[in-house]
Ligand binder design. Structure first.
Ligand SMILES: [Zn+2]
Length: 322
């Protein structure tokens, strides 16, 4: 199968490889789908396949494949928001428009990958639209986004849409071990937590979310009396409160699951599964469902910027209620 470098994503691979086979390559694509499922990596694989000197998918050996792999090809342009900036700067887009006016230096096609394209503001998108409207033979634009509503309809209509999906747990595990250097045990644990997104699994590991989860459990599950909660409800203690609450939610989710089955394949918090089994009998399913609702409500409050400390304190009280 062509585009062998893309793990999973069968329908996107089928669509892209049939375009390569028919030499029916568009000037502009939008890769859409959830965050962290490999849209950007697929853009790189697509770029390799199109420009490979041996014209056989990506040979991984020719100068073109090697330069693209090291993101060091003069005809590969990667555009994304700079760190600390809230959008992609218009100057960057102007630079790209200039580059697009030149012929490729050495590749068959110049490739522009705009990662998280929703980070372009309206002015930038309108500037980009001009080149998308007059595509040249020898260039391809690939915009990736998980926020389709952040792309102007006019831009959208100029691009061929390729959809990416969440991956199966096995595929996530395969990517984590073969591409990301996870050991087997980490890959098993994180692929469960990641719910189909290898990018999420990588972020979980990098940001030490297992420790964050354990802290959440210590503060909100294992502690007993609300009177102690006020000190633990300091939202500033958490790097990413939304994600930490997500971990707490996964705990209650597992507790609820433990009411119905002991099949380990279904659990997320595999490293603490014995504890989950031992706590299972202490809580009724109704109580756990109420707790899940309480954590979800808190996540919604945090997302809507409602006083996080107060939201956490209320959650602590609710979780304690029998
Ligand atoms: Zn090659």
């Amino acid at each position: 199968m062509p585009l062998k470098g893309i793990i999973g994503q069968d329908s996107a691979v089928r669509a892209l490889s049939s375009m390569i086979a028919k030499e029916d390559i568009n000037g502009a694509y939008i890769f859409t789908g959830p965050g962290g499922v490999g849209k950007f990596s697929a853009g790189i694989e697509f770029a390799k396949a199109i420009n490979c000197e041996k014209k056989e998918d990506a040979c991984e050996e020719c100068v073109s494949c090697r330069k693209i792999n090291s993101l060091n090809h003069p005809d590969l342009f990667i555009i994304r928001k700079e760190e600390g900036s809230s959008f992609i700067k218009i100057d960057r887009i102007r630079d790209i428009i200039y580059q697009a006016s030149l012929k490729p230096y050495e590749a068959r096609k110049k490739i522009f990958i705009i990662a998280e394209a929703e980070d372009m503001n309206e002015e930038s998108q309108n500037a980009l639209l001009k080149i998308l409207e007059e595509p040249r033979e020898n260039q391809i634009f690939i915009l990736t986004t998980s926020v389709v509503s952040g792309i102007l309809a006019t831009v959208f209509s100029r691009c061929k849409i390729v959809k990416f999906n969440l991956l199966s747990r096995d595929k996530v595990q395969e990517i984590l071990t073969s591409r990301q250097g996870f050991n087997e045990e980490e890959a098993v644990l994180f692929s469960r937590m990641a719910m189909g997104s290898p990018g999420r699994a990588i972020a979980f590991k990098e940001n030490d979310y297992i420790r964050e989860r354990d802290r959440m459990l210590n503060d909100f599950f294992l502690r007993k009396r609300a009177i102690f909660r006020e000190e633990v409800c300091d939202d500033k203690k958490y790097n990413d409160l939304d994600a930490s609450l997500g971990m707490l939610l996964s705990w209650y989710r597992d507790l609820l699951v433990s009411k119905f089955t002991q099949d380990r394949n279904i659990f997320l918090n595999l490293d603490r599964i014995e504890e989950i089994f031992s706590y299972s009998a202490r809580f009724s399913a109704e109580k756990i469902e109420r707790d899940i609702a309480s954590v979800m409500k808190t996540i919604n409050y945090i997302r809507r910027n409602i006083n996080p400390k107060m939201a956490l304190f209320n959650m602590a009280l609710e979780l304690e209620r029998q």
